[in-house]
Design a binder for this molecule. Structure first.
Ligand SMILES: [Zn+2]
Length: 252
């Protein structure tokens, strides 16, 4: 039996008590650039700022036009991207009762688009926007036309709308983080996918799963701190999930 066959067995044995922890790597086959690393989006510059700085809450509050002028071609263009085999097979696992939850660092909503029933977006997402003045929430579809034109979307009260993406200087969404932590602590199997586990506190979730007794499987093309603890390790996400989908008879 090949190694992906062993992975399929581990998933079956866990009988639904599996959690997938995903990072930017799972969206790369969809054509979405990662944030970190030498070729990451954060390293780009825009009007004299590093893109990473545009995700600072203080800069956003002092001049939101900078963020929106940049975000039109990234955050507000992700509708153009489709889920890939990794998103689709994870969604299939969830729908078949073989995956308890997806915990993701990604903000591109592709796990939800693919149909995963339970997704914890620990860094938030642009699915909702909130008024910085009165707190009123607006759906992505309402905000997108303005934001995709590079303009600052405003609330009916005149306040500036900010996407529910976690910016630097903001706390992670407490409830989501607690639910994700609970799923990780209860998991028998934790799949670490497309993340090098360097961003905290997000990276502490699979560590917590391991500490609480979960088996670990890593699929990532760079080393992670959990590699030594992993029962199985793969480097190519697409190859692994295409094969996994075939073995478990899940459409991709
Ligand atoms: Zn408002």
């Amino acid at each position: 039996m090949n190694a992906v066959g062993e992975l399929a067995d581990l998933i079956r044995e866990a009988a639904g008590n599996t959690v997938a922890f995903t990072g930017a790597g799972v969206s790369v086959p969809s054509g979405i650039r990662g944030f970190r690393g030498r070729n990451g989006v954060f390293a780009d510059t825009f009007r004299g700022y590093r893109v990473e700085e545009l995700f600072g809450i203080d800069l956003f509050d002092s001049d939101p036009s900078l963020f929106y002028a940049w975000a039109k071609d990234f955050v507000y263009a992700v509708d153009a991207y489709r889920p890939n085999a990794v998103h689709n097979v994870l969604a299939g696992l969830g729908l078949r009762g073989l995956l308890n939850a997806v915990v993701t660092q990604n903000i591109d909503r592709l796990h939800t688009v693919a149909g995963s029933p339970t997704v914890y977006e620990i860094h938030g997402s642009p699915e909702w926007h909130r008024c910085r003045r009165c707190g009123r929430a607006y759906a992505y579809a309402e905000v997108r036309p303005t934001a995709h034109a590079g303009k600052v979307p405003h609330c009916a009260c005149g306040g500036v709308l900010k996407p529910d993406i976690v910016f630097y200087g903001e706390a992670l969404p407490e409830r989501v983080l607690q639910d994700a932590l609970k799923a990780c602590m209860m998991a028998d199997l934790c799949l670490v996918l497309g993340s090098s586990l360097t961003v905290y506190p997000a990276a502490s979730l699979p560590e917590e799963a391991y500490r609480c007794g979960a088996r670990i499987v890593v699929v990532n093309d760079t080393p992670t701190p959990l590699d030594r603890r992993a029962l199985l390790h793969f480097s190519d996400l697409t190859d692994t999930f295409v094969t996994l989908g075939e073995l478990l008879d899940i459409p991709r």
